[in-house]
Design a binder for this molecule. Structure first.
Ligand SMILES: Cc1cc2nc3c(=O)[nH]c(=O)nc-3n(C[C@H](O)[C@H](O)[C@H](O)COP(=O)(O)OP(=O)(O)OC[C@H]3O[C@@H](n4cnc5c(N)ncnc54)[C@H](O)[C@@H]3O)c2cc1C
Length: 307
């Protein structure tokens, strides 16, 4: 049974005897290089398991809290970093296997890589993944979606491992998907998923992906240090409109700014801290509440310790 994060100190986490795995442990690793916002303090221990058996072996004797990090594209890791284990699924967890119209993919695979692989096999349905900069694990956790299609729409099943090392296969219905969320327990680790696709000419798929990328570049600051949409759209409303009406376009806190191009995007202009970004987001929420009476919900996750 893992200890809760708040009971751990750095010394606690480092003094633990870690299971002898085939993968890799790294200590005191700055996480800012692993997040899109380019902010975040250190991970006490960064663990990259070799493969699924290695992960399960680790989980069966681990007692430390675990946070699973994908591509860090929807997250502010706080300046104090993450205590316990930060888990990253790479290598073996990025494989793609195409079986007729079914595509099985590891949770560490980038969404974009999956979209391109499907295109090269003439398989359509997952084009929306071309513009989402996360991993499949992150897409399952967040029910990532764009331009009217969400992860849930093409999912056959997902596999997850519990903190005790048990594997579960969940159907799309069992995932309990909602708007940018699923209801699978937060401490389960997605390892694999299968999506269904339909046959289509490669050029047509290519055109669709190109169209998505162009639309995005016109309207969103996709090349900067950002985390995508900051807040969820309230029912029957748009977060960006409420933010604009509250006069927050271009609002700054240190080097953190509300994008002029798309005001539901926050940017790190270079030296913003996680605190700058989080404070700026909270300031926007406060101003929107005052002007429109609507409480915006964060879409971007904030994790870790403040200092
Ligand atoms: C420029 C830009 C554009 C974006 N556009 C979109 C968009 O159009 N649509 C959209 O939905 N999102 C968008 N996003 C947000 C983000 O890309 C998605 O939410 C993505 O799915 C997050 O995946 P990740 O691997 O980066 O997850 P992370 O940001 O690393 O983590 C997000 C959450 O997923 C969990 N997680 C990650 N991997 C696993 C796993 N294997 N098992 C269990 N939990 C896991 C983490 O614990 C965390 O809770 C955008 C972001 C950026 C920077």
């Amino acid at each position: 049974m893992a200890l809760p994060f708040e009971t751990m100190s750095d010394a606690d986490t480092l003094s633990f005897d870690l299971p002898k795995v085939r993968g890799r442990y790294q200590y005191d690793v700055l996480l800012k290089s692993l997040t899109w916002f380019s902010v975040g303090g250190p991970a006490s221990i960064l663990f990259k398991p070799k493969d699924l058996d290695d992960l399960i072996f680790f989980l069966k004797s681990n007692t430390l809290p675990i946070f699973t990090l994908g591509a860090g594209s929807n997250i502010i890791i706080r300046d104090g970093g993450i205590r316990g284990i930060t888990l990253r699924l790479i290598g073996d967890f990025s494989q793609i296997v195409v079986k007729d119209h079914i595509v099985e993919v590891g949770a560490g695979c980038l969404d974009r890589t999956l979209a391109l692989t499907c295109q090269s096999h003439g398989l359509s349905g997952l084009e929306f993944f071309i513009s989402i900069p996360g991993t499949i694990g992150g897409a399952l956790a967040m029910n990532a979606g764009a331009y009217g299609v969400e992860t849930k729409d093409r999912l056959l099943w997902a596999e997850a491992v519990t903190p005790n090392g048990e594997i579960h296969r969940l159907s799309a219905d069992e995932m309990g998907f909602g708007y940018r969320k699923c209801s699978v327990p937060k401490d389960w680790i997605f390892t694999k998923a299968a999506f269904y696709t339909t046959q289509a000419p490669q050029e047509e798929i290519q055109r669709r992906m190109q169209d998505i990328l162009e639309r995005r570049q016109e309207t969103q600051p996709v090349k900067g240090r950002t985390g995508g949409s900051t807040f969820k759209n309230p029912e029957n409303d748009s977060a960006w409109k409420l933010i604009d009406e509250a006069g927050c376009r271009g609002l700054m806190q240190g080097d953190a700014v509300i994008s002029e191009k798309h005001c539901n995007f926050m940017m790190n202009l270079g030296n913003a801290s996680a605190k700058d970004l989080e404070d700026l987001g909270d300031k926007v929420r406060q101003r929107v509440l005052e002007t429109s009476g609507v409480t915006l919900d964060w879409e971007i996750l904030r994790v870790g310790e403040y200092y």
